[in-house]
Write a protein that binds this ligand. Sequence first.
Ligand code: ZN
Length: 432
Amino acid sequence: MRSRLWVFGIFIFWAVVTPVALLIFAFCREPILGDPHNPAARLLPRGSILDRNSVVLAMTAPDGSRRYPLGAAGSITGYVDRLAGIGGGLERNYGDSLIAKRTNRFWYFSRAGEPGDSLRTTLDARLLSACDEALGERKGAVVVMKLNGELLSVVSHPSFDPNKVGKEWQSLKNAKDSRLFNKAVQGFYPPGSVWKIISSIELLDREDRSFMCQGGIKIGDKLFRCPHPHGRVLGLADAFARSCNSYFISRGMREIKNRDFVAASKGFTTGMHEDRTGTNYALALIGQGPVLLSPMEAAVLAATIASGGKKPQPVYLKKEVTLNEVMPVEKARRIQSLMTGVVLRGTGRGMMSLVRQGRVLGLKTGTAEAEISGGRKTNIAWVVGFAGKKAVPEIAFALLVEDTDLYAAEVCLPLLRGILDTYLSSGKVAGA
Ligand SMILES: [Zn+2]
């Protein structure tokens, strides 16, 4: 009797438990195929990665190796290599789309050895190359997006050539300049005067007033300097355009509640430190000290202002677009006006010729001090803003240059000019 029970038990196990386990295995298997940790994924044939106009950014060659026609765009495409594996960018994040769809669910390898579907991204190859050329040998990052969050260009320098990742793997892994790291997304930097956009959001609702800038303001025993004495500052628009630190610290310390500023800041950055009191609060009002920002977050901030208060999620695929209304349209328009004022009469005057051509352009420059290895002081320079071919903003951008002695207006604006010229001369990008 007992032996019959054993046989029955084994029968039940095989009849019920095994099929259920196989089903779970089969349904869980598909995501594993595209998982970058799966050692077999690097050997599977993949579909091509395309830009928004079907320009090939990544493809599988007849010998099975992965090719990247744009070369230096490694920080955005990522790489697939038999030796180095799968890393970075689109190859890593969209592995499932690129290889899984035509793959046998029960086996690692594609049944017919076919690649997966192509992935058409929102990127623009011309703009990627323009951003890459603009940064040249400089360290930094650029993000350009449509106002709904569709990313047109994401560039991080120094970068790497994904075609050579296998040959150069050891030196890439050990490189001190972290060129495998995508600064545009993962790098956090003091935003400097770019953060006056946030301070302005809080000041706009209050009565405006003029201010006499003597070149600095003392809070406690610490002196906060302007680059030079601004003299009579006529109000918020003038202080914003000329980027007067004394004005923003003076009014901010008296009129903006710390918690309101922190709440406004947190909506746009994940990089706020905890200590935001006393002189640290004064620093935060001008984008130093407790505030850190990534170039991607900076571009999202600019897109939110330019779109009339709708905050986009930055995306690489059109179908993933989402927008959240975070600011009244009237307030966003008033900040747009502060930012166009920077070009008309402030630190962005070097870009005035674009406005004369009938383009819309609004921006904010920012230069933050940073200390790098060996205690050496250096500047982090930003320009963040929006532009359009006619009177309506179409794109938002953030451009960052690290390790420079120059101010943002000197180092960033000429680079931005090259990028905007490429965008503005293209008939396809905005509407595509
Ligand atoms: Zn000043």
